[in-house]
Write a protein that binds this ligand. Structure first.
Ligand SMILES: [Zn+2]
Ligand SMILES: [Zn+2]
Length: 175
């Protein structure tokens, strides 16, 4: 609803959402609109009355045949992807290495060497989590919250928490 805000969740509620998310309490769904295929994942936490819809433009084929659809579903199988995510958080720790944020929904994997874009272009797997597991958890990755991850990217490689922030955006880095 535009203009309305949910009441903030308590720590206990966040815990339940994290647990549901990790347990794969969600259902993948593929929708087609305006000729562009999307992968739509609905994270439902019925106990709390919350539903999260995450929708991403998929990298899969544009025209769907039953075969392609099966292939696509296998590649983007939700339970499997969540399992990789769980393994990555188990290995690196489910906590932002910069600010200590530990709510799973805020966390992401960070490339220490800032070569994320290049790596993403090269990798064959559906998600970075899967790629990291298959590479055997290299030291070049770490867990960061999305704030620190984004701030580090915009701030020339250091999170603004640890080094003074740029006073203006350097637009080359925005993307
Ligand atoms: Zn952080
Ligand atoms: Zn930070």
């Amino acid at each position: 609803m535009p203009g309305t805000r949910r009441a903030p969740l308590t720590a206990e509620q966040w815990g339940l959402i994290d647990a549901a998310w990790l347990a794969g309490d969600s259902a993948p769904e593929i929708v087609e609109e305006t000729g562009i295929p999307y992968r739509q994942v609905r994270y439902a936490v019925p106990r709390l009355g919350h539903t999260f819809v995450k929708r991403q433009r998929c990298r899969g084929p544009v025209t769907w045949t039953p075969e392609k659809q099966r292939e696509y579903k296998a590649k983007y199988d939700c339970d499997r992807l969540i399992e990789y995510k769980r393994m990555v958080f188990d290995h690196y720790g489910a906590r932002c290495i910069c600010c200590g944020e530990d709510t799973l929904l805020f966390l992401t994997i960070d490339h220490k060497n800032n070569d994320g874009a290049e790596h993403r272009r090269q990798m064959k797997q559906a998600t970075l989590y899967e790629a990291v597991v298959k590479m055997g958890f290299p030291d070049s990755f770490q867990i960061m919250c999305l704030n620190c991850n984004r701030g580090r990217w915009l701030n020339g490689g250091m999170c603004p928490h640890v080094t003074p922030a740029w006073t203006g955006f350097h637009l080359e880095g925005v993307g």
